[in-house]
Ligand binder design. Sequence first.
Ligand SMILES: [Zn+2]
Length: 359
Amino acid sequence: MDSKKLIEELSNAYGAPGFEEEVLDVVAKYSEELKIESDTMNNMYLTSNIEEEKPTIMIDSHLDEVAFMVQSIEKNGLIKFVTLGGWIATNVPAHTVMIRNSDNEYIKGIVASKPPHFMTKAEREKQIDINELRIDVGASSREEVIETYKIPLGAPIVPDVRFEMKPKNIMMGKAFDNRLGCAAVIETLVNSSKKDLGINIVGTLSVQEEVGLRGAEVSAKKAKPDLAIVFEASPADEQFKDENSAQAALGKGVQIRHRDSSCIYHPGFIKFAKEIADTNNIKYQEAVRLSGGTNAGKIHLSNNGVPTLALSIPSRYIHTHYNYASLDDYKEAIKLVEKLLEKLNWDEIKKMNNKFYRR
Ligand SMILES: [Zn+2]
């Protein structure tokens, strides 16, 4: 599979929380040889040969990206919006965005704020309030926004960024959190469908993570896993920390998480993964995250408790318009999961849950 092409198409697809349809189209296009199912939330499930007696591993990624929604349209044609997911106000103004209209066309707009020429000294020094920002699509009246641009209330709004490659396998684009994870789920499922493994795999592409891990609450119930791996894009901190405290750097391999605010990841599963990485010379970095969370928050508490591992691809500047990540780190993540899946079976799961092994 052409990983770069897959990531490019996923990154360019628009998928605000609750409006993930276009990302699902890309997933379906690359998963033709798999069985595809979905539910009423739009979570997608990818499987191949399921055999009753084998344990089931859920391999998850969320589909959505941090985005916005149209809240109201003002008399002068400016659009007021709310956030869907975690944005910092200073990262939002003076960027372009795409608003989906009622014909399913995307309308470009600028996130506008009062030009500096018209600001008082006090206004210039004041912190930006996200509720005071507006989107300008080039219209001059409310009627024009509604009739010419056909923008309704509740329309999803996403960052307007196109994917590109930089030297040394560095990728630039939007929504690497978590389209890198989506690409990893697809690639893992397609590759492993050609092998005879000791484990059943359910690939879940879960909706609405950025608004509180909502899709995964349902997808974990349907997948009923015995074990889970969550693919994520972790915020890279190498630009802001020294060498010893940085936990996510581009080019240093796949990141294995020990904890974040949603989960203390299963020590036995982490140990097992690190042993496999060491044996196969797979590059990895480890993280003890203070904040943040992943779909593991819901998955590890489902189905009587599920040993869960989070594998992340470090990505700079997530939750803003523009991200960087390394294709090499992505490939290390794929390699690690492939080797893990080749080894897993009921005995290995028993081993990682053994109280002597896991400590
Ligand atoms: Zn994410």
